[in-house]
Write a protein that binds this ligand. Structure first.
Ligand code: ATP
Ligand code: MG
Length: 551
């Protein structure tokens, strides 16, 4: 329980929302139903006694209690419920905003360590569960109803009250023991679910390969297996819940029978008035209700703690250092000095003592064996990985003096495969220059030889990109990527094996473009396997096994 409150308070402390309004309305809204019930119990007592003892004086109390109930129903309850829900909505909204903001700030390596399926599960299911958590409300409702009932019962008769409390405590004890196993199963279930999510992603992403290699049966069986496991866990949880419910029902029956029996005996011995016995029957329901809720709260929070922990783990990752040191960089040589780099997960260095200069306004080609470290170098240049040892500078300005956004703004990047967002072609080209006009977008597309094929699509620049950009060919996607790069108008353009997936015609488009931008004074860095690229080179660098090789 303490763990749960800690988790809730920690989460609340991250997010801004009207906390005081939330807590006050939480208290008020959950006090209404219990108060109405307790008032009704009292009303019953006075009504029965008015009849039993033929005394209309009791009726005054009844009228006052009825007026109180009306005021709560018509005014207090709706207002506090509305305010509470509103605060909760603001919490949800801000929580989502914060998680997406944090995700954008995380280091690149974070995304290499987390599986997509698991991430989505955390961001959807766990986040939804946390931001739609009504456990506190349940708890308060139970406590107020039960607590209020006990106080009133004690003023009626302490012996009967003690009996009720004793029965209830035994119930809580047994229920708590039983609900422990629910947490363990929920945790396992979460793991299975993230594996399943990952499988679904893999299936959707690789559907053409699965069909062509006809490995559908294999994939299906893997999915069935984990699905069986999930179903088994769910059934176990259901079983525990059924037992919990049955135990709860048995206790309820025993409660009513023993309280009624003892109450009547006491009435016959003139130890209690009849109105109070009737009210007891009504009010002991409050204690039962409290226990039900407490039990629900305990088993619920066990599952909720899992959700809170998964969310806080996700939101507590180390973010990139990205201060506001925004320097507008002029085009200049890119200088790499004594650079070493080691991946966290690997034993040896991926880069060793790299010293090189990529001259401004020139075309530099980096080539070398597969696994040599070319892409690693590019990722460090683009600040996806931090400089571990050595340093990189643009002219006189060291990377350490520039924030990551500043470094990345210096470059435009065209990779081997182009990711197109689910949006229009225009939006895809414009994505790194939001203020560009449609004319500028078209200009860039013309420069990248993309305008013609875009215009041939039925909706031109407004054509929606389908899943995986499947309504464009590899070469077309590449030219859209080049249009993007042109529109970004960065000082240096990096082509990471950009011609690997395209035919000779597209390759020559790309080389054309490279020469044109180089003439405009842009720095060009090409990573290439094919020798053709070397024909363009003003400058060649070879990297093998993490080291520079002299030609
Ligand atoms: N995220 C990573 N974690 C651990 N090791 C990695 C990671 N990425 C790459 N490596 C390793 O670092 C070395 C250099 O990889 P890199 O991708 O830089 O090679 P490359 O020169 O681009 O090769 P290719 O021409 O095949 O693209 C390889 O041995 C690779 O296995
Ligand atoms: Mg590579």
């Amino acid at each position: 329980m303490i763990k749960y409150f800690k988790a809730v308070l920690r989460t609340f402390s991250w997010v801004s929302f009207p906390k005081i309004v939330f807590f006050i309305s939480l208290l008020t809204a959950n006090m209404m139903f219990p108060l109405m019930q307790v008032f009704s119990g009292l009303m019953q007592k006075y009504l029965v006694n008015a009849v039993e003892y033929q005394d209309m004086g009791y009726m005054t109390y009844v009228y006052w209690l009825a007026a109180g109930i009306l005021f709560m129903v018509i005014f207090l309850n709706p207002v506090s419920t509305y305010l509470g829900n509103r605060a909760m909505e603001i919490f949800k909204k801000n929580m989502r905003e914060m998680s997406i903001k944090k995700l954008m700030l995380y280091r690149y390596s974070f995304y290499e360590n987390y599986q997509t399926g698991d991430l989505i599960l955390r961001l959807r299911e766990n986040l939804d569960a946390v931001s739609g958590d009504w456990s506190l409300s349940w708890l308060l409702l139970g406590l107020f109803y039960g607590g209020g009932s006990i106080v009133v019962m004690l003023t009626f008769n302490w012996q009967l009250s003690l009996l009720v409390i004793f029965l209830c405590l035994s119930q809580t004890f047994i229920m708590t023991k039983l609900s422990k196993r629910i947490t363990e199963n929920t945790e396992i279930l979460q793991k299975i679910k993230s594996v399943q999510n990952q499988m679904l992603f893999d299936i959707i992403k690789s559907i053409s390969f699965i069909k062509m290699a006809s490995i559908g049966r294999l994939i299906r069986e893997r999915y069935y297996k984990s699905n069986d496991e999930a179903a088994k866990k769910n059934m176990e949880i259901n079983k525990i819940n059924v037992v919990l419910n049955a135990v709860g029902d048995i206790f309820e029956a025993v409660n009513i029978l023993s309280v009624f029996g003892l109450g009547i005996v006491m009435y016959l011995n003139n130890m209690i008035d009849l109105g109070s016995v009737m009210a007891f029957l009504f009010l002991q329901d409050g204690v039962n209700y409290m226990l039900g809720n407490l039990q629900g709260f305990l088993s619920g929070t066990r599952a909720q703690i899992v959700n809170y922990n998964r969310i806080s783990e996700l939101l507590n990752q180390e973010a990139e250092e990205n201060d506001d040191k925004s320097i507008k960089l002029q085009n200049d040589d890119i200088i790499v000095k004594d650079l070493y780099f080691k991946y966290q997960t690997s034993e040896s260095n991926a880069l060793n003592l790299i010293n090189l200069t990529i001259p401004k306004g020139k075309i530099t080609v980096i080539y070398g064996e597969s696994g040599g470290g070319k892409s690693t170098l590019i990722k460090i240049l683009l600040a996806l990985y931090p400089v571990q040892t050595g340093n990189i500078s643009i002219g006189e300005t060291d990377y350490a003096q520039i924030n990551n956004t500043g470094i990345r703004d210096f470059y435009a990047y065209v990779g081997q495969s182009t990711y197109l967002f689910y949006d229009t072609v225009e939006a895809n080209i414009r994505c790194n220059n939001e203020t560009a006009t449609l004319e500028e977008v078209m200009e860039a597309a013309k420069f990248a030889q993309a305008h013609d094929f875009i215009m041939q699509k039925p909706e031109g620049y407004q054509t929606m990109v389908q899943e995986h950009g499947s309504n464009f060919s590899g070469g077309e996607k590449q030219r859209i990527a080049i249009a993007r790069a042109i529109l970004k108008n960065a000082n240096a353009v990096i082509f990471d094996e950009a011609t690997n997936a395209v035919d000779m015609k597209n390759e020559s488009y790309i080389y054309d473009y490279i020469q044109k931008i180089s003439k405009r004074g842009k720095t060009v860095l090409i990573i290439a396997h094919r020798d053709n690229a070397k024909l363009l080179a003003d400058n060649e660098i070879r990297i093998d096994r993490g080291m520079l090789v002299d030609r």
